[in-house]
Design a protein around this ligand. Sequence first.
Ligand SMILES: COC(=O)c1ccnc(N)c1
Length: 239
Amino acid sequence: MRVDIVSIFPDYFAPLDLSLIGKARGTGLLDLSVHDLRTWTSDVHRTVDDTPYGGGPGMVMRPEPWAAALDAVASPAAQLIVPSPAGRPFTQADAHELAELPHLIFACGRYEGIDQRVLDEAAARMPVREVSLGDYVLFGGEVAVIVIMEAVTRLLPGVLGNADSLTEESHAAGLLEAPVYTKPASWRDRAVPEVLRSGDHGRIARWRRTESLLRTAARRPDMFAAYPPESLDKFDRAA
Ligand SMILES: COC(=O)c1ccnc(N)c1
């Protein structure tokens, strides 16, 4: 997968040199380039913003540098992802969709945002997605790109040592994952649920599913309501 990130703060992406993303870059699973938007400015002050038409607070990112940057990094297979509080909610399903794509371009907005014509013009030549990580506002899109890059990169074949991790985790089957435990068996007078130490894999699977359903019902009634009712027939508390 090829990824190009355009930002006025390229140093924000140093974390993408670390851990499994850094390893994916090293092994060639991920071809990631980070670009400074100011590369595509032409004035001595390397200006990327200006006052908003219609008035209002703050500044808006100018179209010219963005257009030149996108022209420079685009490819026929590219899709543009723009993190924004005004975007569609980003979900695990979106992460799976993006992980299948050959080339992602991330545009990191700052200030009050990017001139809308940049997105409109880009949409004439590639798919454009504005995505939100939740109902809150950040200083800029950079942190959101790091989050999206983690969610997507971990789904790429070969990145996670054990792909089985992807099947049991939260949101993998439309449910929140069950609680997890490790040694010691008893810690500060708190014991690991006996079923997990029983060696009875059928019981363990039923217990985990029950816990997943209970957690989802308690914490995410929206997800629970969307869970296929036929799946609940197997809702078996007799773990
Ligand atoms: C500037 O970008 C944001 O503030 C942002 C991006 C993605 N999701 C959000 N909730 C906010």
